[in-house]
Design a binder for this molecule. Sequence first.
Ligand SMILES: C[S@@+](CC[C@H](N)C(=O)[O-])C[C@H]1O[C@@H](n2cnc3c(N)ncnc32)[C@H](O)[C@@H]1O
Length: 246
Amino acid sequence: MSATSGSLSWRALVDKASAPYARGGRIAGHFARGKLRWDPVFRHFLVHGLIAPHSRVLDIGCGRGLLASLLQAASHESQSGRWPAGWAAAPHAARFTGIDVMASDVARARAALGGGAIFVCADMRSVAFPAADTVVILDALHYIETVEQDAVLLRVRGALVGGGRLVLRVGDAASRRGFATSLWVDRIVCMLRGRGVRPRAGRTLAEWRSRLAALGFDVASQPMAQGTLFANVLLVGTIGPAASPS
Ligand SMILES: C[S@@+](CC[C@H](N)C(=O)[O-])C[C@H]1O[C@@H](n2cnc3c(N)ncnc32)[C@H](O)[C@@H]1O
Protein backbone atom coordinates (compact mmCIF):
# COMPACT_ATOMS: atom_id res chain seq x y z
CA MET A 1 0.00 0.00 0.00
CA SER A 2 1.33 3.45 -0.83
CA ALA A 3 1.24 6.56 1.35
CA THR A 4 -2.21 7.35 2.67
CA SER A 5 -3.67 10.24 4.61
CA GLY A 6 -4.05 8.02 7.70
CA SER A 7 -3.75 9.60 11.10
CA LEU A 8 -0.45 8.10 12.23
CA SER A 9 1.55 10.53 14.36
CA TRP A 10 5.31 10.41 14.91
CA ARG A 11 4.71 9.83 18.59
CA ALA A 12 2.40 6.86 17.93
CA LEU A 13 4.96 5.33 15.59
CA VAL A 14 7.72 5.78 18.17
CA ASP A 15 5.52 4.09 20.78
CA LYS A 16 5.05 1.10 18.48
CA ALA A 17 8.75 0.89 17.61
CA SER A 18 9.89 1.12 21.23
CA ALA A 19 7.29 -1.28 22.67
CA PRO A 20 9.35 -4.44 21.96
CA TYR A 21 12.18 -3.03 24.12
CA ALA A 22 9.91 -2.52 27.12
CA ARG A 23 9.75 -6.31 27.41
CA GLY A 24 13.40 -6.08 28.52
CA GLY A 25 12.47 -3.73 31.38
CA ARG A 26 11.24 -0.18 31.92
CA ILE A 27 14.65 1.43 31.50
CA ALA A 28 15.25 -0.31 28.17
CA GLY A 29 11.80 0.77 27.01
CA HIS A 30 12.37 4.39 28.06
CA PHE A 31 15.79 4.47 26.41
CA ALA A 32 14.36 3.21 23.11
CA ARG A 33 11.43 5.63 23.18
CA GLY A 34 13.58 8.62 24.11
CA LYS A 35 16.23 7.93 21.49
CA LEU A 36 13.73 7.35 18.69
CA ARG A 37 11.63 10.34 19.63
CA TRP A 38 14.31 12.96 20.17
CA ASP A 39 17.14 12.00 17.85
CA PRO A 40 16.14 13.80 14.63
CA VAL A 41 17.77 11.24 12.36
CA PHE A 42 15.11 8.57 12.81
CA ARG A 43 12.20 10.71 11.69
CA HIS A 44 14.37 12.05 8.85
CA PHE A 45 14.77 8.50 7.48
CA LEU A 46 11.02 8.11 7.07
CA VAL A 47 9.99 11.61 6.01
CA HIS A 48 12.63 11.61 3.25
CA GLY A 49 12.42 7.94 2.25
CA LEU A 50 16.09 7.09 2.80
CA ILE A 51 15.13 3.41 2.88
CA ALA A 52 13.22 2.27 -0.20
CA PRO A 53 10.55 -0.44 0.06
CA HIS A 54 11.94 -4.00 -0.22
CA SER A 55 15.53 -2.83 0.10
CA ARG A 56 18.37 -4.70 1.76
CA VAL A 57 19.60 -2.60 4.65
CA LEU A 58 22.95 -3.06 6.37
CA ASP A 59 23.29 -1.10 9.64
CA ILE A 60 26.90 -1.06 10.86
CA GLY A 61 27.23 -0.26 14.58
CA CYS A 62 23.49 -0.86 14.91
CA GLY A 63 23.45 -0.80 18.72
CA ARG A 64 20.15 -2.22 19.97
CA GLY A 65 18.58 -2.26 16.52
CA LEU A 66 16.34 0.78 16.97
CA LEU A 67 16.35 1.59 13.27
CA ALA A 68 15.26 -1.97 12.46
CA SER A 69 12.41 -1.70 14.94
CA LEU A 70 11.33 1.64 13.48
CA LEU A 71 11.35 0.22 9.94
CA GLN A 72 9.34 -2.77 11.08
CA ALA A 73 6.74 -0.60 12.83
CA ALA A 74 6.57 1.72 9.81
CA SER A 75 6.04 -1.19 7.46
CA HIS A 76 3.26 -2.57 9.63
CA GLU A 77 1.48 0.76 10.03
CA SER A 78 1.63 1.62 6.34
CA GLN A 79 0.28 -1.80 5.40
CA SER A 80 -2.60 -1.16 7.78
CA GLY A 81 -3.41 2.05 5.92
CA ARG A 82 -1.85 4.46 8.39
CA TRP A 83 0.88 6.59 6.89
CA PRO A 84 1.28 10.40 6.86
CA ALA A 85 0.44 11.77 3.42
CA GLY A 86 3.41 14.16 3.33
CA TRP A 87 6.03 11.47 3.95
CA ALA A 88 7.90 9.45 1.33
CA ALA A 89 6.79 5.87 0.61
CA ALA A 90 7.04 3.69 3.71
CA PRO A 91 10.07 1.35 3.92
CA HIS A 92 7.82 -1.66 3.51
CA ALA A 93 9.41 -5.12 3.76
CA ALA A 94 12.98 -3.92 4.15
CA ARG A 95 15.39 -6.80 4.84
CA PHE A 96 17.59 -5.72 7.69
CA THR A 97 21.02 -6.88 8.84
CA GLY A 98 22.60 -5.15 11.82
CA ILE A 99 26.22 -5.53 12.96
CA ASP A 100 27.52 -4.48 16.35
CA VAL A 101 30.54 -5.44 18.39
CA MET A 102 28.77 -5.14 21.73
CA ALA A 103 27.23 -8.48 22.69
CA SER A 104 24.72 -7.05 25.19
CA ASP A 105 23.29 -4.64 22.58
CA VAL A 106 23.02 -7.40 19.99
CA ALA A 107 21.25 -9.60 22.55
CA ARG A 108 18.74 -6.79 23.23
CA ALA A 109 18.18 -6.28 19.52
CA ARG A 110 17.52 -9.98 18.97
CA ALA A 111 15.21 -10.17 22.00
CA ALA A 112 13.20 -7.17 20.80
CA LEU A 113 12.91 -8.08 17.12
CA GLY A 114 13.04 -11.87 17.11
CA GLY A 115 13.34 -13.19 13.58
CA GLY A 116 12.29 -9.88 12.03
CA ALA A 117 15.89 -8.89 11.33
CA ILE A 118 19.35 -10.44 11.37
CA PHE A 119 21.79 -9.21 14.02
CA VAL A 120 25.44 -10.17 13.93
CA CYS A 121 27.79 -9.62 16.86
CA ALA A 122 31.06 -8.75 15.16
CA ASP A 123 33.69 -6.08 14.61
CA MET A 124 33.06 -3.95 11.55
CA ARG A 125 36.81 -3.95 10.85
CA SER A 126 36.88 -7.66 10.10
CA VAL A 127 33.37 -9.02 9.46
CA ALA A 128 32.29 -9.57 5.83
CA PHE A 129 29.50 -7.25 4.72
CA PRO A 130 26.51 -8.74 2.87
CA ALA A 131 25.34 -7.13 -0.39
CA ALA A 132 23.05 -4.19 0.38
CA ASP A 133 20.98 -1.45 -1.26
CA THR A 134 21.38 0.92 1.68
CA VAL A 135 24.21 0.95 4.21
CA VAL A 136 23.65 2.91 7.41
CA ILE A 137 26.40 3.94 9.84
CA LEU A 138 25.15 6.24 12.58
CA ASP A 139 27.63 7.58 15.13
CA ALA A 140 29.88 4.51 14.93
CA LEU A 141 32.83 5.16 12.60
CA HIS A 142 34.71 7.38 15.04
CA TYR A 143 35.30 4.36 17.30
CA ILE A 144 37.95 3.09 14.89
CA GLU A 145 41.16 4.66 13.55
CA THR A 146 41.20 6.75 10.38
CA VAL A 147 42.92 4.11 8.28
CA GLU A 148 40.39 1.54 9.51
CA GLN A 149 37.51 3.89 8.66
CA ASP A 150 38.83 4.10 5.12
CA ALA A 151 39.03 0.31 4.86
CA VAL A 152 35.45 -0.05 6.15
CA LEU A 153 34.18 2.58 3.71
CA LEU A 154 35.88 0.82 0.81
CA ARG A 155 34.18 -2.44 1.74
CA VAL A 156 30.86 -0.60 2.18
CA ARG A 157 31.28 0.64 -1.38
CA GLY A 158 31.89 -2.98 -2.42
CA ALA A 159 28.70 -4.12 -0.63
CA LEU A 160 26.61 -1.68 -2.70
CA VAL A 161 27.08 -3.95 -5.68
CA GLY A 162 24.15 -2.74 -7.75
CA GLY A 163 24.51 0.87 -6.67
CA GLY A 164 22.64 2.33 -3.73
CA ARG A 165 23.07 4.62 -0.85
CA LEU A 166 25.27 5.15 2.19
CA VAL A 167 23.70 7.05 5.08
CA LEU A 168 26.49 8.11 7.40
CA ARG A 169 26.28 10.27 10.49
CA VAL A 170 29.51 11.68 11.89
CA GLY A 171 30.67 14.55 14.04
CA ASP A 172 32.14 17.50 12.16
CA ALA A 173 35.58 18.07 13.72
CA ALA A 174 35.64 21.58 12.18
CA SER A 175 32.94 22.60 14.64
CA ARG A 176 35.30 22.48 17.57
CA ARG A 177 32.95 23.07 20.46
CA GLY A 178 30.17 20.73 19.25
CA PHE A 179 32.68 18.03 18.35
CA ALA A 180 34.47 18.29 21.71
CA THR A 181 31.12 18.11 23.53
CA SER A 182 30.10 14.93 21.71
CA LEU A 183 33.48 13.28 22.41
CA TRP A 184 33.21 14.19 26.07
CA VAL A 185 29.67 12.77 26.39
CA ASP A 186 30.72 9.74 24.38
CA ARG A 187 33.65 8.96 26.66
CA ILE A 188 31.43 9.13 29.74
CA VAL A 189 28.77 6.89 28.16
CA CYS A 190 31.41 4.36 27.09
CA MET A 191 32.86 4.35 30.60
CA LEU A 192 29.48 4.00 32.34
CA ARG A 193 28.32 1.25 30.01
CA GLY A 194 31.61 -0.61 30.27
CA ARG A 195 31.92 -0.58 26.49
CA GLY A 196 35.08 -2.12 25.11
CA VAL A 197 35.14 0.77 22.61
CA ARG A 198 36.07 4.44 22.89
CA PRO A 199 36.08 7.36 20.48
CA ARG A 200 39.33 7.46 18.47
CA ALA A 201 39.30 9.48 15.27
CA GLY A 202 37.31 12.32 13.78
CA ARG A 203 37.47 14.38 10.58
CA THR A 204 36.02 17.61 9.32
CA LEU A 205 32.91 17.53 7.18
CA ALA A 206 35.02 18.54 4.17
CA GLU A 207 37.33 15.57 4.77
CA TRP A 208 34.41 13.15 5.05
CA ARG A 209 32.86 14.50 1.86
CA SER A 210 36.09 14.19 -0.04
CA ARG A 211 36.68 10.60 1.16
CA LEU A 212 33.21 9.56 -0.01
CA ALA A 213 33.60 11.40 -3.31
CA ALA A 214 36.91 9.56 -3.89
CA LEU A 215 34.99 6.30 -3.56
CA GLY A 216 32.55 7.43 -6.27
CA PHE A 217 29.65 8.66 -4.13
CA ASP A 218 27.59 11.72 -4.99
CA VAL A 219 27.40 13.32 -1.57
CA ALA A 220 24.79 15.52 0.10
CA SER A 221 25.14 16.62 3.70
CA GLN A 222 23.14 18.46 6.31
CA PRO A 223 23.29 19.11 10.06
CA MET A 224 21.61 16.34 12.04
CA ALA A 225 21.93 17.36 15.66
CA GLN A 226 18.85 19.50 16.21
CA GLY A 227 18.07 19.93 19.88
CA THR A 228 21.57 18.89 21.03
CA LEU A 229 24.92 20.60 21.60
CA PHE A 230 26.67 18.23 19.19
CA ALA A 231 28.07 18.89 15.72
CA ASN A 232 26.57 15.84 14.04
CA VAL A 233 26.15 15.84 10.29
CA LEU A 234 24.29 13.42 8.05
CA LEU A 235 25.97 12.50 4.79
CA VAL A 236 23.99 10.69 2.13
CA GLY A 237 26.21 9.19 -0.53
CA THR A 238 24.53 7.86 -3.64
CA ILE A 239 26.11 5.62 -6.21
CA GLY A 240 24.74 4.63 -9.60
CA PRO A 241 24.40 0.96 -10.65
CA ALA A 242 27.19 1.12 -13.24
CA ALA A 243 29.89 2.83 -11.18
CA SER A 244 32.85 0.77 -9.97
CA PRO A 245 34.92 1.37 -6.82
CA SER A 246 38.10 3.44 -7.28
C1 LIG B 1 26.79 5.63 19.59
S1 LIG B 1 26.31 3.99 19.28
C2 LIG B 1 25.18 4.20 17.93
C3 LIG B 1 24.21 3.05 17.82
C4 LIG B 1 23.21 3.16 16.67
N1 LIG B 1 23.88 3.33 15.40
C5 LIG B 1 22.23 4.29 16.91
O1 LIG B 1 22.35 5.34 16.26
O2 LIG B 1 21.33 4.13 17.74
C6 LIG B 1 27.74 3.33 18.42
C7 LIG B 1 27.70 1.83 18.23
O3 LIG B 1 28.84 1.42 17.46
C8 LIG B 1 29.28 0.17 17.97
N2 LIG B 1 30.67 -0.08 17.57
C9 LIG B 1 31.77 0.60 17.97
N3 LIG B 1 32.89 0.06 17.43
C10 LIG B 1 32.47 -0.96 16.65
C11 LIG B 1 33.13 -1.91 15.83
N4 LIG B 1 34.47 -1.90 15.69
N5 LIG B 1 32.40 -2.82 15.15
C12 LIG B 1 31.04 -2.84 15.28
N6 LIG B 1 30.35 -1.98 16.08
C13 LIG B 1 31.04 -1.05 16.74
C14 LIG B 1 29.10 0.33 19.47
O4 LIG B 1 29.08 -0.91 20.14
C15 LIG B 1 27.77 1.08 19.54
O5 LIG B 1 26.67 0.21 19.65
